[in-house]
Design a protein around this ligand. Structure first.
Ligand SMILES: [Zn+2]
Length: 451
């Protein structure tokens, strides 16, 4: 049975907008994209759903999240001025105070929030990856869950690597057609060079997607260039010797072969021209997380330079502990506004426009995760990962052009329907796949325990 979804606007992303258009879906795939009249004639037996004054477009791709930390939204506000203290409080809460079921509920609520905001695909970094994989599966989203690895002591590199290897092998059991496992050596200041090399070799052999935090903070830069600051002091307290390489995080990852795995690099704020060249030459990808970066005061990644260089870049919400929402339309707007605020409008107009932002939030994200053959655009044969976004709110009318209306005047709260692989995940104001009320009640219990 073919279903036809109609709206005033269809935004395929890979091709021009269609006014009074439709998308035809059969099973998990898109089987037609075009004008409403033509598709009704072509699929005359289909069921029709008309969203009216709305846009239908590919689902948003959130390239960087930590779903398991959703229960820590608004929890770490007092530690934000000290990134080291922030990471420490978070780690203690996650490892010592949250049960496996708490982590699952936290991740599932994060997936609910994402589905409500029209996000159909996630790149999620997780310490308890099985929780995040189950959460994505239960809510019905697509994604890659990167099992995190830590271990700054080079003497324990092999031991730590073997723990990761074992976890990844076990996580393969949770894989579905929608959810894959990957590996994430956490950051250059939490994983030793020999461990980075072992993980990279393993990922290359196993064809495992890799993501890593890189060039995020001034503290990380000091650690790499001069061996000073909070991260260096943290290692010294644990008796771990650190000889600063005197090069940037990006060059360090290149030196140790990590970039051969074409990793997704979250943040990339403290990068110079040589680093941008290296990212481009190695086909590494960038998860641009402008709201999280601004909230921490870490700075702003050179988004326009990445796009201008043809680097694969998507938006990431990062965890809601540092954002505090998971909403890619909001992320896209913030990316454009902050870039224009600092780079000027006329100089950046070609790149920093609603069209590029919408592309980055969808197809750009899919490319960053190497999932562009499945998702990110409305094309015949692609997976039916689709959202309908209302365009008739008081904050959106009158409407002259749907793309700027989406980027500059809309948010995830305007989403009417979210579909992943042909299955409706969110519609009529509620997530259809899980018991939202039960999760909401459990989340409150976790809040009471953590506070
Ligand atoms: Zn992160």
């Amino acid at each position: 049975m073919t279903n036809l979804y109609c709206a005033r606007w269809i935004l395929p992303i890979a091709s021009s907008p269609i006014e009074d258009g439709a998308v035809a879906v059969d099973g998990s795939s898109i089987v037609g994209v075009g004008s409403r009249d033509k598709l009704i004639a072509r699929f005359s037996q289909s069921l029709i759903q008309d969203f009216g004054e709305a846009a239908i477009l590919p689902g948003f791709v959130n390239t960087h999240s930590h779903l398991e930390l959703t229960a820590m939204r608004n929890y770490l506000e007092h530690e934000e001025g000290d990134f080291f203290a922030w990471l420490k409080k978070l780690t203690v809460a996650r490892l010592e105070r949250m049960t496996p079921d708490d982590l699952y509920v936290s991740a599932a609520w994060g997936a609910v929030e994402a589905a409500r905001a029209g996000i159909t695909c996630m790149g999620d970094a997780s310490d308890s990856a099985s929780s995040s994989m189950r959460a994505l599966r239960d809510v019905g989203l697509r994604g890659i869950v990167y099992q995190e690895a830590f271990g700054p002591d080079p003497a324990r590199a092999r031991e730590n690597f073997e723990i990761l290897q074992e976890k990844v092998v076990r996580l393969k059991e949770y894989e579905t057609t929608l959810v894959r496992v990957g590996a994430s050596p956490h950051a250059p200041y939490t994983v030793s060079a020999p461990q980075l090399e072992l993980i990279t070799e393993f990922a290359l052999e196993e064809n495992l997607p890799v993501m890593m935090h890189a060039a995020e903070s001034r503290a990380e830069e000091l650690f790499m260039l001069e061996g000073r600051g909070a991260f260096a002091e943290g290692l010294a307290r644990r008796g771990i010797e650190w000889h600063a390489p005197g090069i940037s995080s990006i060059q360090y990852l290149a030196r140790h072969g990590v970039l051969r795995s074409r990793p997704l690099l979250a943040h990339c704020i403290h990068v110079d021209e040589a680093d941008i060249e290296t990212i481009k030459d190695t086909d590494a990808r960038v998860a641009h997380c402008p709201k999280s970066n601004a909230k921490f005061g870490h700075g702003r990644a050179p988004f326009a330079r990445f796009i201008g260089q043809g680097i694969k870049v998507g938006f990431g919400s990062d965890s809601v502990a540092s954002n505090n929402t998971c909403d890619l339309l909001e992320e896209a707007r913030f990316a454009l506004l902050t870039s224009r605020a600092t780079e000027g409008l006329s100089a950046s107009m070609q790149i920093l426009n609603a069209e590029t932002a919408l592309q980055t939030a969808t197809l750009g994200g899919a490319r960053s995760l190497s999932l562009e053959s499945q998702t990110g655009a409305l094309i015949e044969g692609a997976q039916a990962d689709i959202v309908a976004v209302a365009l008739n709110g008081a904050h959106q009318i009158p409407l002259y052009d749907p793309k700027p209306a989406l980027i500059f005047a809309s948010s995830g709260r305007d989403v009417l329907m979210t579909m992943v692989a042909g299955r409706v995940v969110f519609s009529e104001g509620r997530v259809q796949t899980v018991d939202e009320e039960r999760l909401r009640a459990r989340l409150k219990e976790i809040r009471d325990k953590l506070s």
